[in-house]
Structure formats: structure tokens, C-alpha cells
Design a protein around this ligand. Structure first.
Ligand SMILES: NC(=O)C1=CN([C@@H]2O[C@H](COP(=O)(O)OP(=O)(O)OC[C@H]3O[C@@H](n4cnc5c(N)ncnc54)[C@H](O)[C@@H]3O)[C@@H](O)[C@H]2O)[C@@H](O)CC1
Ligand SMILES: Nc1ncnc2c1ncn2[C@@H]1O[C@H](COP(=O)(O)OP(=O)(O)O)[C@@H](O)[C@H]1O
Ligand SMILES: [K+]
Length: 509
């Protein structure tokens, strides 16, 4: 699903109005009607106290229209206009008049007003600012937002939590939304660590913006869910054999860190690679052979570290770096290995740390190779960033300059290739556990070996990895989720992804 910038949303808005020959207040009416339907479906007329805080722009206008619908259906409402500017929007004013025509008189909150009491049992509708927020809040507006946050009432934000800008981190108070009803498209800020913290849950309301515009407009980011990954899936064919799905090699490990290779190799095999070989220092031989009878093991001459990488065949895919250490000898072996590679490789963990330490090695990394850093590893590679937006821009530049795919791992891992980012939607905090990144490396390598293109292997692999975590969490909970359990659930993740949407229904009938 595409993620649009504020400018693009305004364009979609305009294009809809022109094509459908409707007025802008009709679009506002449509948006607010969707809000009303959402609330009405859940509350069914319950006499809870609903306090609507409306700004003076179109986000406020949405709130005002919603208030009218709620009142018409007998809800218990209080409407507050947060009077932060004289520049009221046309459609806000029009709907304010309509509200007054129905004898609903909002109270106006100004700089010197005292704030209304909000009980924890109330529902707050936050329609103060939408995507038009363009400068820091006046102090009294920030105080009001603080007052709403302190109320512990359920807060439903219209389009985006008020105070949260679309393209940079907030500098003052932001509404902490329990639920955001966002129009038509998700917003990038929902998914970044610095800004996503203000949102508990979010949902898209389809307000029928111009489909042609939405389809053709180029975007910088996409949110990746099942409809985006399913087309990437490469089905198995009946007459295939293990050679069809490639021979993958996982290179890594050092004394005390052989487990990383075990996890990655197991994930690589489980995701469907035809054959998997692990290349480790000698000390890893017995444990790997015992733990994973399906994989083959090659060893370095050194007992504890990788010092020379020799692979006596041409693998279909290679993942390198997990648990590998960063000794000088390993760095040399890694450099020599990179120089020999012609096809994309997957580089993780200490492979990334070595690249950061010896940046001259970057030029030996084959085109379209995959780098899978967590934020610390990314910082070592690209330097410090000012904020999450800057981080993404810097990563895009790095990706373009070095022609590589970068998977920025995190709660919403973002795969960057050149000027485009793919935001993952699966996964959960149970995956913040030792080795879960090693599992991802193995999965992406295993997908590459089966013939997935590098970018597809990342987008598909990251989603499948998160889905395995989401399935596992039902059985284990967050705390007990371990990396090896992720591997055990890769098969279920495939099944879940490929399950026909209405199968449950048809089984019942
Ligand atoms: N196409 C869409 O998605 C639609 C959007 N609608 C609503 O329109 C909203 C955008 O409306 P607006 O563009 O009027 O913007 P907002 O309602 O977000 O903000 C109102 C105005 O406040 C001013 N402002 C910005 N920062 C300020 C600050 N810190 N202090 C004081 N004033 C400030 C700006 O001039 C801005 O236009 C969306 O978020 C959505 O809720 C809906 O009405 C219908 C259709
Ligand atoms: N809060 C979270 N929600 C979803 N996924 C997460 C979360 N925390 C971590 N992950 C995922 O777990 C993996 C952790 O990788 P990494 O930090 O490299 O761990 P390790 O080095 O221990 O293998 C990444 O794929 C990341 O996206
Ligand atoms: K809002």
C-alpha cells in the first residue's frame, strides 16, 4: 500500500474534487461520515460522554461534521473549538454554521481559557490538527494537548494525532492516540520509532479519493502487507528437485558464537533453500553437524576464527557475517572473499561492522548485495543522523551510491533500495531477542538461493520473518519467544500467507 506525503494527499484531494465534480465540503462530509460510521458501529448509541476538540482548519472541520452526525443520532457530545488561529478554513466555517443551525454551540478555547474537565471514562475526539501542521504549537495549545493526554480518556485521533508533523519529528506536545482513523492512506510517521510512539492503533478509512491518481502517483515509501508480498512468492513446481532451489552458504561464527550460524543455516533451509552449507571455524563443526543433520559443514583451518574462506563450488547465494567477529585476520578473509564475488551477497552483523571499519571494502561489494543492519550497525556504516527522516534519506543515498539493498531492522523494518523504501507491517516486540536477526539473514539468503531477486528476497523475507513471529507469539507470548521458535514457524508463516482468503468460510458451509 502506498504511503503518500502531505502534498500528495492534497493533490489526491484536489484531483478527486475535480474529477467527481464535487465541492470540497462534500469530501469533508464523506470523510466525517466514515468517522461517524466507525464510531456508531462500535458504540451503538451508548451514552458515553464524547468530547470533540476541533481545530479551525479542515481537520477541525471533520470534527465539526462528525459532531453534527453524532448529535443527530442522540449521542452525548461536547464540542470545543481550539481557536489557535484567525485563518479558519472555508469548510470549517461552513460546517460550524451548520452546527449552529442545529443549535449546537461549541465552546471556544482561546489562549486565556481554562481547559474543560475530561474524565477517564470520556471519549476524546482529537481533530485539532491534521496533515496541515506546519510549525511549532503555541504554548497554550501544547498545554491543552498535555491536558488531554493527562486525562487518561480514550483518544480517537482524526487522520493523524494532533501535533505530529508529517515529515519531521515533533518539537512540542503530541496527542497520544489510542486509535487513529486515518483517511485513505497510512502516514509514514506511524511507522518510525521517533513518531510511531504516539500511536497505539491505526486504521484506514476509505474516503474514495481518486483511484487513478492513487494508482499512478510515484511514492517514496510503501507499506508492505500480504497483498504486496503474495505476488513476489515463487511457487514450487512438481518436477523440481533440490537443485532447483539452489545451494546456499552461510559463512560466519567464531568461538562462542556458532549458534548464530546454526540459526541462520536452519532458517535458510527452512525457508526453502535446496541445499545449505555452513562455513565456520573448526570449533563449530561438531555442534552444527549434530544440531542440523540436513546441512553440510565446511570449516576454516583456524579453530576459533574465520581466517580464509574457501568454498569448493559456486553457491547460488551466500550470507556472511553472523557471529563472525571482527579480528584483523577475519577482516582480511572477508576482504578477499568480497573481491571474488560476482553475485549479490547478504551481509549482516560483523560483516557490516567490518565494512564500517574498512569502508574501502564497500567498492568490492557486488551490485545489489543486501545489507541487514540494526540501527547501531547502520550508524557505523552511514554515520550519525539527526532524526528518523534524516536516517532514511541518508540510507537512500548510501543505497544509491553503493547499489545495495539495505534492510533497516526494527519494529517496522524498512527495506531501502535507491530512492524507495518498503515498510514492513508484520512482527512484534517478542522478536526483540538474541538471534532473531540471524534468522532473518538465513531466510533472505535462502530466498536468494531459490531465485528471488535481491529486493524481492528482502521485502518477502522481512515480511515472512515478522509473520513467523506473529504466529509464534500466540503460543509463546512475547517474553518466551526465541529465535529458534521463529525458525519453527516459518512453515506456518508460508501457510498463513498462502491461505486462500475465504477458506475458513467455505469450510464452514
Ligand atoms: N483528502 C483528504 O485526505 C481530506 C482531508 N481532510 C482533512 O483535512 C486535514 C488537513 O486540513 P488543513 O490543510 O486545513 O490543515 P489542518 O487542519 O491540519 O491545520 C489547519 C491549519 O493550521 C495552520 N497551522 C499549521 N500549524 C500550525 C500551528 N502550529 N499553529 C497554528 N496554526 C497552524 C495551517 O495553516 C493549517 O492549514 C486532513 O488532516 C484531514 O483531516 C478532510 O476534510 C477531507 C479530505
Ligand atoms: N519490537 C520489534 N517488533 C518487531 N520486530 C522486531 C522488534 N525488535 C526486533 N525485531 C526484529 O528482530 C530482528 C532483530 O535483529 P538483530 O538486532 O540483528 O538481532 P540479533 O543480532 O540478535 O540477531 C530484526 O529482524 C528486527 O526487525
Ligand atoms: K487530528
Amino acid at each position: 500500500m502506498k504511503i503518500f506525503s502531505a502534498d500528495q494527499i492534497y493533490k489526491a484531494d484536489k484531483s478527486t474534487i475535480e474529477k467527481e465534480q464535487i465541492s470540497s465540503d462534500m469530501l469533508m462530509e464523506r470523510a466525517a461520515t466514515r468517522l461517524f460510521e466507525w464510531i456508531h458501529t462500535r458504540l451503538q448509541g451508548a451514552q458515553v460522554n464524547i468530547q470533540l476538540f476541533c481545530g479551525i482548519g479542515n481537520n477541525g472541520g471533520d470534527g465539526i461534521v462528525l459532531a453534527r452526525h453524532l448529535q443527530e443520532h442522540g449521542y452525548n457530545i461536547q464540542v470545543h473549538v481550539v481557536n489557535y488561529s484567525e485563518k479558519r478554513s472555508k469548510d470549517f466555517l461552513l460546517n460550524l454554521e451548520r452546527l449552529k443551525d442545529r443549535k449546537i454551540w461549541p465552546d471556544f478555547i482561546n489562549e486565556d481559557s481554562s481547559f474543560p474537565l475530561i474524565s477517564p471514562e470520556d471519549i476524546v475526539v482529537d481533530a485539532i490538527f491534521g496533515i496541515g501542521l506546519s510549525r511549532p504549537l503555541d504554548q497554550w495549545v501544547a498545554n491543552l494537548i498535555g491536558h488531554i493526554n493527562a486525562s487518561r480518556a480514550f483518544v480517537l485521533s482524526v487522520d493523524i494525532p494532533s501535533g505530529l508533523p508529517m515529515d519531521r519529528p515533533p518539537v512540542s506536545e503530541v496527542i497520544e492516540a489510542n486509535h487513529v482513523l486515518s483517511f485513505q492512506v497510512p502516514k509514514l510517521v506511524f511507522f518510525l520509532p521517533q513518531t510511531g510512539i504516539y500511536i497505539d492503533q491505526w486504521e484506514i478509512l476509505d474516503i474514495g479519493l481518486d483511484t487513478e491518481f492513487l494508482t499512478h502517483e510515484e511514492v517514496g515509501y510503501e507499506l508492505i502487507g500480504p497483498p504486496d508480498v503474495l505476488p513476489l512468492y515463487r511457487p514450487r513446481n512438481k518436477f523440481s528437485h533440490k537443485g532447483t532451489y539452489g545451494h546456499a552458504v552461510i559463512i560466519g561464527g567464531s568461538y562462542g558464537k556458532i549458534g548464530a550460524v546454526q540459526l541462520a543455516s536452519n532458517a535458510c533451509l527452512t525457508v526453502g533453500s535446496g541445499l545449505v552449507t555452513a562455513f565456520v571455524p573448526k570449533c563449530g563443526y561438531h555442534s552444527l553437524q549434530t544440531a542440523l543433520p540436513e546441512i553440510m559443514v565446511l570449516t576454516d583451518d583456524d579453530d576459533e576464527n574465520i581466517e580464509q574462506i574457501t568454498i569448493p563450488f559456486v553457491p547460488n547465494a551466500i550470507g556472511i557475517g553472523v557471529g563472525m567477529g571482527t579480528s584483523e585476520d577475519t577482516a582480511k578473509a572477508f576482504g578477499a572473499f568480497l573481491k571474488k564475488q560476482e553475485n549479490p551477497v547478504v551481509i549482516d552483523a560483523d560483516g557490516l561492522n567490518l565494512l564500517a571499519k574498512h569502508q574501502e571494502l564497500l567498492k568490492s561489494v557486488p551490485a545489489q548485495s543486501i545489507l541487514t543492519p540494526h540501527p547501531k550497525e547502520l550508524e557505523r556504516l552511514i554515520g550519525k543522523w539527526d532524526n528518523d527522516f534524516d536516517k532514511l534519506e541518508k540510507t537512500k543515498k548510501f543505497s544509491s551510491k553503493n547499489d545495495c539493498v539495505v534492510v533497516i531492522k526494527g519494529a517496522h523494518s524498512i527495506t531501502i533500495y535507491k530512492d524507495k523504501g518498503y515498510v514492513n507491517s508484520s512482527g512484534n516486540p517478542g522478536m526483540a531477542t538474541a538471534g532473531s536477526g540471524d534468522v532473518l539473514t538465513g531466510m533472505i539468503t535462502g530466498l536468494l538461493s531459490q531465485g528471488y531477486e535481491p529486493l524481492a528476497a528482502c521485502v518477502f523475507g522481512v515480511y515472512l520473518h515478522g509473520l513467523a513471529g506473529d504466529i509464534a507469539v500466540h503460543q509463546y507470548g512475547y517474553e518466551a519467544l526465541k529465535a529458534s521458535i521463529l525458525v519453527e514457524n516459518i512453515g506456518r508463516a508460508y501457510q498463513e500467507l498462502l491461505r486462500p482468503p475465504n477458506r475458513e468460510n467455505s469450510q464452514e458451509s
